[in-house]
Design a protein around this ligand. Structure first.
Ligand SMILES: NC(=O)c1ccc[n+]([C@@H]2O[C@H](COP(=O)([O-])OP(=O)(O)OC[C@H]3O[C@@H](n4cnc5c(N)ncnc54)[C@H](O)[C@@H]3O)[C@@H](O)[C@H]2O)c1
Length: 480
């Protein structure tokens, strides 16, 4: 197993080793060799991760070909139309296509043959048993094998359970037709949808799990222009870092939601509790917001996969199981609040503000709106919904509900408004105007966006999470 080395930001900027294990990237022979030429890169899978990665590597001066089996996606990209919404992405793609550094194709084999580094960025959805479905990864590994015409580094950027690097190596070895060497690296991705370009340009860290130092250096050189902290480690540890990070963040969210549920019973205010906790530098305020729970394409599936990985390795990860349970219950508790306040929902009109799993994305995967709207419809409510950009995707899931073009139209004749996604524009709503349009001025705020005292003054019945459903509580008074 290779020695672990740590590259710090200051080290990459100054060239001075910052710790005992730091090594200067540029002094490494492989890096010198690579630095003098642009790298030819193939990125397989043009989703959130692949497309953003490809665009950023092209922007750093490399020749990048992004390939995907989805013909319609590639056709859109060839016409400079983005298949996903991501701030700054379109400009970056167009600029690099115009400068001939970025191209799109459905010919995966050709992309592999043209490149010295091949990134795998295909989806790894949950399998039926909760483990990861690795079929897309093994499918592309077979294509890579058949097109391996000279030494290449295969970099796994998809989130994959520990041991998948070994599996990719085996599949390529078994299927390659020429006697050519290759290496498999794990380079997990930590970008967040909605800020994917910024996160890729300024990542907190870059993790490179490689079988040896020479291979690691090729990837270090690729990322060196970003001047961000890099951790070079072995493949298994890199794979585990990704799962452990997402599972830890999911744990923070479920933990604070559980505390919020106790606050409601105890008459405490979760917003004050979070402030008090967040000042502790060992805890920090990030990812401590009470709400409807985590959603999106990653946390749920990654937590589930880590539980199953642990099971396969003979360890019962009880803590993470409970994190998942708390997260599944949270939107249902919220629907109970709506039922308790409104009574029978049959025939009532409920307006939904926010559909995407979080702001600044149109991604509906595991969005909490799905649980809440699903339960409201099952109870016989008529649902109207608005989201700044996720309506087209939401229509694929709920074709039967009514969609509005803004929050005020959603409020029109509604028996209640329900906030699911904390879009910035909802913070800036004219609440008096909103109230005038509603049949009854009742708001259920699943993201604690407003001050309960202000809502009361404005004449709303305001229900939120962990702070205001109890009169005896500390009601958001600052410094209480
Ligand atoms: N979305 C995120 O925020 C995020 C963040 C970090 C890591 N990840 C991980 O990155 C990976 C990709 O996620 P994503 O959100 O970009 O997924 P995505 O679904 O948006 O994109 C995956 C792409 O892979 C393509 N694909 C699937 N099978 C293929 C095949 N056999 N050949 C060629 N192309 C194929 C699909 O057509 C699709 O365009 C996943 O493992 C995910 O867990 C995602």
């Amino acid at each position: 197993m290779m020695k672990k080395m740590l590259f710090t930001d200051s080290f990459l900027k100054t060239g001075a080793p910052a710790g005992g294990d730091a090594v200067r990237a540029a002094s490494h022979p492989v890096c010198k060799e690579v630095r003098e030429e642009q790298m030819n890169i193939c990125v397989i899978g043009t989703g959130y991760v692949g497309l953003v990665t490809g665009a950023v590597f092209a922007d750093l001066g490399n020749d990048v070909i992004c390939v995907d089996k989805d013909e319609s996606k590639i056709e859109m990209l060839k016409q400079s139309e983005m298949p996903i919404y991501e701030p700054g992405l379109e400009e970056m793609v167009v600029r690099n296509v115009e400068d001939s550094r970025l191209a799109f194709s459905t010919d995966i084999g050709e992309g592999v043959r043209k490149s010295e580094v091949v990134f795998i960025a295909v989806g790894t959805p949950p399998a039926e048993d909760g483990y990861a479905d690795l079929s897309a990864v093994t499918d592309v590994a077979k294509i890579i094998a058949r097109n391996l015409d000279r030494y290449k580094v295969i970099v796994n950027k998809s989130t994959v359970p520990v041991g998948t690097g070994d599996l990719v190596r085996e599949v390529i070895d078994r299927n390659k037709i020429r006697d050519v060497e290759f290496d498999v690296v794990s380079n997990p991705e930590f970008l967040r949808e909605g800020s994917a370009i910024t996160d890729t340009l300024y990542p907190d860290r870059i993790v490179i799990g490689a079988p040896n130092g020479n291979v690691a250096m090729r990837i270090v050189e690729l990322y060196a222009p970003l001047e961000r902290p890099m951790l070079i480690t072995d493949v298994h540890s890199a794979e585990m870092i990704k799962y452990a990070s997402n599972a830890f963040l999911a744990t923070k969210i479920s933990f604070i939601n559980a505390v919020a549920n106790i606050c409601e019973r105890a008459g405490a205010d979760i917003v004050q509790v979070i402030k008090g906790m967040g000042f502790d530098s060992r805890i920090g305020p990030q990812f401590l917001n009470a709400g409807l729970g985590y959603g999106g394409s990653c946390f749920g599936k990654d937590a589930s996969c880590l539980i199953h990985t642990a099971d396969r390795l003979g360890y019962d990860f009880k803590l993470l199981r409970t994190v998942v349970d708390i997260n599944s219950e949270q939107p249902l508790r919220f629907v109970d609040k709506i039922r308790n306040a409104l009574g029978d929902l049959e025939g009532k009109t409920i307006g939904i503000l926010g559909l995407a799993f979080k702001p600044n994305t149109d991604d509906m995967r595991d969005a909490k709106s799905i649980d809440v709207i699903g339960a409201l419809i099952a109870d016989g409510a008529a649902v109207k919904a608005y989201d700044p950009i996720a309506i087209d995707n939401a229509k694929k899931i709920f074709p039967q509900i009514q969609y509005s073009s803004n929050a005020y139209d959603t409020a029109e004749d509604s028996d209640a408004l329900v906030i699911i996604t904390e879009w910035n524009e909802f913070k800036l709503l004219n609440l008096e105007r909103l109230k005038e349009r509603m049949k009854r001025p009742i708001i259920f705020d699943g993201r604690n966006m407003y001050d309960p005292q202000r809502m009361k003054r404005l004449g709303f019945e305001y229900h939120c999470i962990g702070r205001c459903d109890n009169a005896k509580g500390s009601n958001g008074i600052n410094g209480h």
